[in-house]
Every structure is written in C-alpha cells, then in structure tokens.
Design a protein around this ligand. Structure first.
Ligand SMILES: [Cu+2]
Length: 438
C-alpha cells in the first residue's frame, strides 16, 4: 500500500495552491494569466487581466518583459522555459556536449568548454544577466532578474583544483550586476563585489571572472550589487558543486574530516572511498556498497510578490508545490511544460544526495525536514563524514548550504513528504514529496 493516497495528496496540494494563488493575485510583483474559474476552492473569485509588474520599493527600475496571452488552467504550470524536474538533476560541467538544450528547449551556450592550461583543468561557462518573467505559481509570473533566464541560475559542477572561468555579460539595459562566488578566492579582483576589481558590471559590459575550485563542497554564487537583498531576492543565485579529488583526500585526509583523532589507514581509505562516491566528474560510475546507484539533486527559495520585504511564495526551486502530486498528470511520467508538477521519483535502492542552499531574503531562517526518514547532514558539503547524523530537520541561515544523504532502501514504496518546517512556508509552496519506487 502506498504511504499516502495519491488523490488525497493531490487534493490537499490543490487547495493549498489555490489559496496561495488567491492570496497573491493582486500583488504588484505578479502578472496573472487569465484564469477561468477554478479559484473558488479557496474562497476566491475568478480573476481576469494582467496586473502591473513594476519594481516597487527596490532601486533598479522595471525589469519586466512582455507577457504572452495564453490562458492558464488552475493547477497547471504553462511556462515551458523552466522545468523544475529537469533543473533538479542538471549539473553543468562546462562540457559543451551535454543535454542542457533538451531540458530548457533553447540554446544559451552556458557550457563553453573544458580545456587544459598550465597543467590545470579549465571549465568555462557563459553567464548572462537578463530580466525574465518566471512562473512561480500556476499561471502567476514574477518579474525576475536572472542569470541565463532561469531561477535558480544554472548549477555549475567542477572538480576540486579546477579553474572556473565565467564569461559574464550584463544584458540589462538599466542595471549593473556582478557574480560573487562562495569559494576560496585567491584574487580579490575576482570576488564579484562592486568595490573591488572590475566592480559593477554595467549594462552591456562583459567581464571574465576566474575562480579557483576549492574547497570541495556545495557552494553558492550570487549577484553582489546593492541593494543586495533586492538582487538576491529577484533571483540572481545559483549553485556550484565542487567534487572532491580522491588523490587530494589521500594526501591530506584531515582537510576533509571534522575529526581530531588519529588518521589510521582505515580512516584514510574510508575518506578516499567517500570522495570517489561524491565525484561525479572523474568517478561517475563509482557506487558505494549496498546501493544500485547515486542520485543527486539541488533545491532552494522564495519570492516577495508585493515588494514589502516579506515573502509570500516559498518553493523548492521556484515553482510553489512543483514537486507535489497533481491531478493533471496521473503519474504518466510526462515532464513537458504544463505537466511538470509531480513528486520527485526516486528508486529505493539508490543513495539520495540533496544539495540544499538557503537563498531566502527577508526570512532569516529556512529548514529542510523529511517525513518518515532520518538523514546524514554535511554542512557546506565540505566534509566527507557527516557533521550530524540521524536527524530529520536542519535549520539553515541565509547563504548556509548543506548536503543531505537520505536512504529509503528499507521503506515501502509510496509518497513521503518533505518541506520547510516553518509551517507557513510549507503551506505557501515549500512542500513536496518523494515518490519512492522499487
Ligand atoms: Cu544583480
């Protein structure tokens, strides 16, 4: 028997979703595609027309693009340019032959190539600051400021010791931006703050950032223009995963272990094995004992739709309730736009790794909570042994990030909920399900 009836879960989600849409429909930050009824469930009225979408109390002006006139259906996402399920497992390594085009239906040349320079691997990416309307609840769009037209920005994946080269273009007409990485940067000019190096990258300008890929872990990049909270809240943030190099771990295991006891050969080998299992780039086929495979995903975020410095919509990856059951697809496995809402399907014998970054502005704390299972937690993903084990909730401050390892191998197939345990966040979109399958 499934742990929860799918139709019940879908009905609950739909009611929460309708209440959310109804509560934000008149906010200055959102646009509403015409909706024919369907909102009455939450006591709301049918809405027509498109609202204003201007920047409110933030500096920087209007960054809104045009709307299309398509009709949304309650409960359905219609934008096809971002699929939360595709995003979840999309790791860009700089390899220009990857399948990003198939996921996003457009070519943006994000992956600009992998090469060798002076004995170092260089992974090159093209990031473009561009305004973009994004869909944050069914039929509701938000005027976002983005890297490459998506929120969160593309996930970059590199190996410890690589050079990350970012060819950055600011395609805004009215606003400067930067990219600031949370890595060990050896050159202050590359820190991506307005006060140093190239400073603010003005409209139409380009700059090439170079960052050393260290330390291994789950890291953040974001715009650092002022007001900082506006640039982050509007959507200019993404993830950099730096895979640990087993050879480096063998040489200096203590750098990767939050432990002060003796480093025995056994501890050293365990650390090396764990580094291999974390390294998707040069050890992609390595699977730890007891598992069929390793599955990885990235999650985050939230939106202030009326610009009152308080968030109204919360999500794992931008679209409220995108990973919850929906009546519209009935588990047909269809991942195209408008049908993207469904639980995250995971195989019970795979080790699940979830990279979570707390990118909310305006709320100081978010959290990650799993139902019916406990997990290991690695703060910033910088250690190879967990900082905390056998817990089911982690509290996270702004910019804090971590790696979660979850094992459902002894669980019955079915739906298992996860959400932020600030109940308000959960009911406003940050509520999702894993669907555990055989
Ligand atoms: Cu910015």
């Amino acid at each position: 028997m499934p742990s929860m009836n799918e139709d019940d879960a879908a009905s609950m989600t739909e009611q929460l979703e309708n209440r959310l849409v109804d509560s934000i429909k008149d906010h200055e930050g959102v646009s509403r595609r015409s909706v024919l009824g369907g909102l009455a469930l939450a006591g709301g009225s049918a809405i027509t027309g498109i609202g204003a979408a201007q920047s409110g109390n933030e500096s920087g002006g209007n960054a809104t693009t045009g709307h299309d006139a398509s009709f949304g259906t309650p409960g359905k996402y219609t934008e096809k340019n971002f699929d939360p399920h595709g995003y979840l497992r999309e790791f860009n390594t700089g390899d220009s032959t990857n399948e990003r085009d198939a996921i996003f239906g457009k070519k943006d040349d994000l992956n600009a190539g992998v090469s060798q320079e002076n004995g170092q691997t260089v992974r090159e990416f093209n990031l473009i600051a561009v305004p973009q309307e994004i869909e944050i609840a069914p039929g509701v769009t938000f005027p976002s400021w983005t890297y490459n037209g998506q929120v969160p920005a593309p996930t970059l994946r590199v190996e410890e010791g690589d050079l990350i080269r970012i060819n950055f273009t600011n395609a805004f007409s009215d606003m400067a931006h930067t990219i600031h990485p949370h890595v060990q940067n050896l050159n202050p000019a590359m820190d991506g703050v307005p006060q140093n190096g190239p400073g603010a990258i003005k409209p139409g300008e380009t700059f090439t950032y170079e960052w050393q890929a260290r330390p291994a872990g789950t890291h953040l990049y974001h715009c650092h223009m002022l007001p900082l909270k506006a640039h982050i809240h509007r959507g200019m943030y993404g993830t950099i995963v730096i895979d640990p190099k087993p050879e480096k771990v063998r040489e200096n295991p203590r750098d990767y272990i939050d432990y002060h006891g003796p480093i025995t050969d056994e501890v050293r080998e365990m650390a090396v094995e764990r580094a291999k299992s974390r390294n998707m780039i040069s050890h992609a086929d390595y699977v730890p004992d007891g598992y069929d495979d390793i599955d990885e995903m990235v999650m985050m975020n939230g939106f202030d739709t009326n610009f009152d410095a308080d968030n109204e919509v919360y999500a794992a990856n931008t679209r409220a309730f995108a990973y919850a059951p929906a009546k519209t697809h009935k588990y047909e496995g269809e991942w195209e736009g408008g049908k993207t809402k469904h639980p995250i399907e995971i195989k019970k014998n795979n080790l699940q790794r979830v990279h979570v970054i707390q990118t909310l502005e305006y709320d100081f704390i978010n959290s990650f909570h799993t139902h019916s299972q406990f997990f290991d937690y690695y703060d910033a993903g910088t250690t190879l042994f967990p900082n905390r084990s056998t817990i089911d909730t982690v509290m996270m401050c702004q910019a804090q990030r971590g790696l979660f390892e979850i094992d459902y191998s002894d669980h019955q197939p079915g739906l298992y909920m996860f959400h932020g345990h600030q109940s308000e966040f959960a009911e406003q979109g940050w509520m999702s399900f894993f669907e555990v399958t055989e």
